[in-house]
Design a protein around this ligand. Structure first.
Ligand code: HEC
Ligand code: HEC
Ligand code: HEC
Ligand code: HEC
Ligand code: HEC
Ligand code: HEC
Length: 431
C-alpha cells in the first residue's frame, strides 16, 4: 500500500519536472515553418523541381516517404558529397535520373532544409478567396506558435495531473477494499478541485506555469516593439514582384536604379510602367477589357487609352505605401551595400549568381506576390551583418585603396587629412 503511493508520488514528481521542462523547451524552439520553406523552395529549387510533376529533377511530393529524413538532410545541402562517397541510395538516385547533377546548397543548414521539407509535405497553400489576395499584415508566427504551444502543454499537464490523481485514488481505494478496510465516500469534483488548490505543490506548479507564460509573452512583446518584419501594407495597385521580377524576369535595376547610384533605391514613376503597359493591358484575363489594375495606372497619369493622349490636368500622384522605413536618425546607403559591398555580401549570404544582391536584405522578392518586409531592420540586424561579413577580398576597391594608403602614411609618419578618408565626399556630410 505504502509502496504504491510512493510510486505514484514519484510519477507525479517526474511528471511535474517533465511538464516544466517541456514548457521551457517549447518557448525556445521555433516550429518548422512551411512558409519560410516555400520561399526558399521558390528561390533555390523551383528552377529544377515542382511538387507534382517532373522538371529537371523528380516531382517532390511524397519525397519524405521515399527517403528517411537523415538521407534528405544530407542530400539537399550536398548531394555531390554523398554520391562521391558512394552512398548506395544517392548513387542509385543519380543513375536513375540520367546522371543529371543537382546543385549543392552549402548555405542551407538543417533548420532551413527542414523548413523546405515541411513545405513539400504541406504543399502549396490554398488561397482562401480574397484573404489570400488582400494584404493582411503577417504576424510573427513563431512567437504566436510557441505561446500557443505553452498554453497547450500547460492545459495538457493539468489534465494529466488530474487524471493521474484520480487514478491513484482509485487504486488506493481498490487496495483498501481488498484488505477489507472501510473507506469514506468519494468527494464530489467541486470539492476535489477546491482541495487541489489547497495542495501546495499544485498551486506552486500552477503559479510557475503562469509566470512562464506571462514572462515569455512579455519578453517576446518587448523584443518585437518597433520591429515590422512581415509588414505588408495594402498598395494602391496590386503590383506583383513575383509577376514582374520573377516570371517576367525584369531586372530590379530597371525600376529601382537609384539603389545602384544613391542612398535611396526609390520607387519608379508610373512613366516607367508605361514603357510596357501602354501595350500590355492583360485583356485576355478580363474578357477583352483592359485590366482594372492597369486602368489605375492610366487614371493616375490622366492617360486615355482610346486616344492615347495624356491629360495633365487629370493626373494625380500614385501613393504607394512605404514598406521599409528606418527612423530618420539612422543613415543607410543603398549604393554602398549594393555596389561596393556586393561581392562580400553575396559571399556572406550564399547568393546564387542569378540572384540579385538585394535578396540578402529584402529576401526572395521575385516570389513575393506583394512585397513585405523580410528583415527586421533593427540595429542588431545591421550590426550582426557588419560583424560577420568578410570584406578582406575588397583590396582592389578604390575605397580600400584609400584606407591602405592612409595606413601606409600613418606607418611612415606622414601627414594625412580627412580628405584622404573621404571627408570631401558630399554624402559624408549631406543626406
Ligand atoms: C540544377 C537543378 C536542381 C536544383 C536547383 C535542385 N535540384 Fe534536387 N534534384 C535534381 C536532380 C536532377 C535530381 C535527381 C537526382 C540526380 O540526378 O542527382 C534531384 C533530386 C532531388 C531529391 C530526391 C528526389 C527523389 O525523388 O528521390 C530531392 C529531395 C531534391 N532533389 C531536393 C531539392 C531541393 C530541396 C532543392 C532546393 C534547395 C533542389 N533539389 C534543387 C536537380 C536539382
Ligand atoms: C516593374 C518595376 C519593378 C521591378 C522590376 C522591381 N520593382 Fe520593386 N517595386 C516596384 C514598385 C512599383 C514598388 C512600390 C509598390 C510596392 O511596394 O509593391 C516596389 C517596391 C519595392 C520594395 C519595397 C519598397 C518599400 O516601400 O519599402 C522593395 C524592397 C523592392 N521593390 C525591391 C525590388 C527588388 C529586390 C527587385 C528585383 C528582384 C524589384 N524590386 C524589382 C517596382 C518594381
Ligand atoms: C544591406 C541591406 C540591403 C540591401 C543589399 C538592399 N536593401 Fe533596399 N533597403 C534596405 C533598408 C535598410 C531599407 C530602408 C531604408 C530607409 O528606410 O532609409 C531599404 C529600402 C528599400 C526600398 C524603399 C525605400 C527606398 O530606399 O527607396 C527599396 C525600393 C529598396 N530598398 C530596394 C532595393 C533594391 C532594388 C536592392 C538591390 C539592388 C536593395 N534594396 C538592396 C536594405 C537593403
Ligand atoms: C518591362 C515591362 C513591364 C513593366 C516596366 C511593368 N510591367 Fe506590369 N506587367 C508586365 C507584364 C508582361 C504583365 C503580365 C500581363 C498579363 O498578365 O497579360 C504585367 C502585369 C501587370 C499587372 C497585372 C494586371 C492584371 O490585372 O493581371 C499590374 C497591376 C501591373 N503589371 C502593374 C505595373 C506597374 C504599376 C508598373 C510600374 C511600376 C509595371 N507594371 C511595369 C510588364 C511590365
Ligand atoms: C547583408 C549585410 C549587411 C547589412 C544587413 C547591413 N550592412 Fe552596412 N555594410 C555591409 C558591408 C559589407 C559594408 C562594407 C561596405 C564597403 O566595403 O565599403 C557595409 C558598410 C556600411 C556603412 C559604411 C561604413 C564605413 O566605414 O563607411 C554604413 C554606414 C552601413 N553599412 C550602414 C548600415 C545600416 C544602417 C544597416 C542596417 C539598416 C546596415 N548597414 C546593414 C553589410 C551590411
Ligand atoms: C565636410 C562636410 C561637407 C562636404 C564634404 C560637403 N558639404 Fe555641402 N555643405 C556643408 C555644410 C556644413 C553646408 C551648410 C553651410 C551653410 O549653411 O552655410 C553645406 C551646404 C551646401 C549647399 C548649399 C545648401 C543651401 O541650402 O544653401 C550645397 C548645394 C552643398 N553643400 C552641396 C555639396 C556638394 C555637391 C558636395 C560634394 C561635392 C558637398 N556639398 C560636400 C558641408 C559639406
Amino acid at each position: 500500500m505504502r509502496d504504491i503511493s510512493m510510486i505514484l508520488k514519484s510519477v507525479w514528481k517526474s511528471l511535474f519536472v517533465f511538464s516544466a521542462i517541456s514548457v521551457i523547451a517549447v518557448s525556445t524552439v521555433n516550429a518548422q515553418d512551411a512558409k519560410e520553406g516555400r520561399t526558399l523552395f521558390k528561390a533555390k529549387c523551383s528552377s529544377c523541381h515542382a511538387l507534382d510533376h517532373k522538371v529537371v529533377g523528380p516531382a517532390l511530393t511524397g519525397v519524405s516517404d521515399r527517403h528517411p529524413e537523415a538521407f534528405l538532410l544530407k542530400w539537399i545541402p550536398n548531394n555531390a558529397a554523398m554520391i562521391a562517397a558512394g552512398d548506395p541510395a544517392a548513387v542509385k538516385l543519380f543513375n536513375d535520373n540520367g546522371k543529371v547533377a543537382m546543385t549543392t546548397f552549402p548555405e542551407l543548414d538543417e533548420a532551413k532544409v527542414k523548413d523546405i521539407l515541411a513545405y513539400i509535405k504541406e504543399g502549396e497553400p490554398k488561397p482562401t478567396g480574397d484573404a489570400a489576395l488582400s494584404a493582411a499584415p503577417k504576424e510573427d508566427k513563431t512567437s504566436g506558435l510557441s505561446i500557443a504551444g505553452i498554453v497547450a502543454i500547460v492545459v495538457l499537464a493539468i489534465v494529466i495531473l488530474v487524471i493521474l490523481g484520480r487514478a491513484s485514488k482509485l487504486l488506493e481505494r481498490l487496495i483498501l477494499q481488498k484488505q477489507g478496510i472501510e473507506i469514506e465516500e468519494d468527494v464530489p469534483l467541486k470539492v476535489g478541485v477546491r482541495k487541489m488548490f489547497k495542495n501546495k505543490k499544485f498551486v506552486m506548479f500552477f503559479i510557475l506555469c503562469l509566470i512562464i507564460c506571462l514572462g515569455s509573452f512579455g519578453w517576446m512583446g518587448m523584443w518585437n516593439t518597433g520591429v515590422h518584419t512581415g509588414y505588408q501594407p495594402v498598395q494602391p495597385i496590386k503590383f506583383s514582384h513575383e509577376l514582374h521580377a520573377g516570371i517576367n524576369q525584369i531586372d530590379c535595376q530597371y525600376c529601382h536604379s537609384g539603389a545602384f547610384k544613391s542612398k535611396n533605391a526609390s520607387i519608379p514613376s508610373l512613366n516607367v510602367c508605361m514603357n510596357c503597359h501602354k501595350a500590355v493591358q492583360a485583356r485576355d484575363k478580363y474578357d477583352g477589357e483592359i485590366s482594372p489594375e492597369i486602368k489605375k495606372i492610366y487614371n493616375a497619369l490622366g492617360y486615355d487609352p482610346e486616344t492615347q493622349k495624356y491629360d495633365e490636368s487629370k493626373a494625380k500622384p500614385m501613393e504607394w505605401v512605404r514598406v521599409h522605413n528606418l527612423p530618420d536618425f539612422a543613415y543607410f546607403n543603398h549604393s554602398q551595400h549594393v555596389v561596393v559591398a556586393e561581392d562580400a555580401i553575396r559571399k556572406a549570404k550564399g547568393l546564387q549568381p542569378n540572384e540579385p544582391v538585394c535578396f540578402a536584405c529584402h529576401g526572395p522578392v521575385n516570389t513575393m506576390e506583394e512585397i513585405y518586409q523580410y528583415s527586421p531592420l533593427t540595429m542588431k540586424w545591421c550590426i550582426n551583418c557588419h560583424k560577420e561579413t568578410d570584406i578582406s577580398g575588397q583590396k582592389n576597391n578604390a575605397f580600400y585603396a584609400k584606407v591602405i594608403e592612409a595606413h601606409e602614411k600613418i606607418k611612415k609618419g606622414e601627414k594625412i587629412t580627412p580628405a584622404l578618408l573621404g571627408g570631401l565626399e558630399c554624402g559624408k556630410c549631406h543626406y
